[in-house]
Design a protein around this ligand. Sequence first.
Ligand SMILES: Cc1ncc(COP(=O)(O)O)c(C=O)c1O
Length: 422
Amino acid sequence: MSKLAIMEGTPFGALDIPVLYKGFPIWGQEELDAVQDVVRSEYWGTGGPKQVEFEEKFAEFIGAKYAINVTNGTHTLKLSLEALGIGPGDEVIVPGSTWQATASSVLDVNAIPVLVDVDPNTWCISPECIEKAITSRTKAIIPVHLYGRMCDMDAILDIAKRYNLVVIEDCAHQHGSEWKGMKAGTMGSTGSFSLQASKIMQTGEGGMVTTNDERLYELIYSLKFCGRPRDASLDTPTMQSGNFRGNEFAAAIGICQLARLEEQNRIRHENVTFLEDALQAEIPGLSYLYRDPRVTKQAHYRMSMRYNKEAWDGVHRDTIIKAVAAETEGVLKLVKPYKPLNDSKLYRPFSKKTHKLSDEYMRLVDPSRFHMPVVENLFKEEYLGFDHPMFLGKREELEKVVDIFKKLYANIPELKKYQETL
Ligand SMILES: Cc1ncc(COP(=O)(O)O)c(C=O)c1O
């Protein structure tokens, strides 16, 4: 008789863990009261007291002079690029493994996204690959602090200084991480935060730009506001722009969620560290990524493990994902990494007339011209990810995850038999 649920054996059993939209986000009376306050105030749009308070508190939390609340974490990137004067003819270096917005925001200002490989130790953008990709057209780097590890900011800031490039930190996954005591989002010219629903801190939809540069602050404020200066009495140069404003309801939720963030980051980090240690110690072929001692606080959008199929007699990572889901009656859905941007359905520079500037531009933005062996292998077989909500749940449920992997490992022949049926 089969042992594994995927071969019609008895499942291990459902886990009692928070998952997105079922146990996460965490909310309480504070959020209910805050939204009611906004309703009663009749100030529902942008620039109201909640938004001002949210921006001030977010800036304080990040340790930046300014924070600007905008529509989402795609527009934060676009507005940063525009404010920094990046446009046609400029190249911007981005990692090939990230959500498509990191690269598509570069297309949106008609600049050239240059995709590079990631560091095999952290799966964040590789400083060596950045340096190799620099040309006379390079103007900016967008490092993404990906999943649950930070980019090597010492190396990236050093490269930026030597080649006179600007840095926009994409912090969509890392609200609260710290590099040598400096928060993610304070080391580049701007920090870009998504507050979209899947993130560790969210307002449903939303974004926040952080900066220490007063000129950039005024420009980005103006850009989000159809080009109007923040303060009409200031002599801010105006730019052509649109509407990228956040609203008062989202800001009200944001204030409450920000108040919960530091404690949630602490709990997530403790639980991720527990599970990383336990899986690496007890399960062959699973190992955690390099823990850089320069990271003084680590926020976790995901826990990412390296999966070595040789240790599992050739059982593919995708079989493991299916088998874990079956053992937990569909509750625990392990995840793959982002599809490499050189072959992603959501990153299609040729599909829009806006980007068809010239044959030369089309050649330069063609994603298939970039080769990224580490990124490609992650997607193919090496990456195994756990989404963040479960790390705010009970420790006993995480202990069960180790037992599930033990059960799978003890039944490799069944996993292989299943794999043969595919
Ligand atoms: C790394 C990264 N950058 C940018 C974004 C874009 O953020 P948003 O969805 O708020 O536009 C995301 C969100 O998914 C992301 O994961």
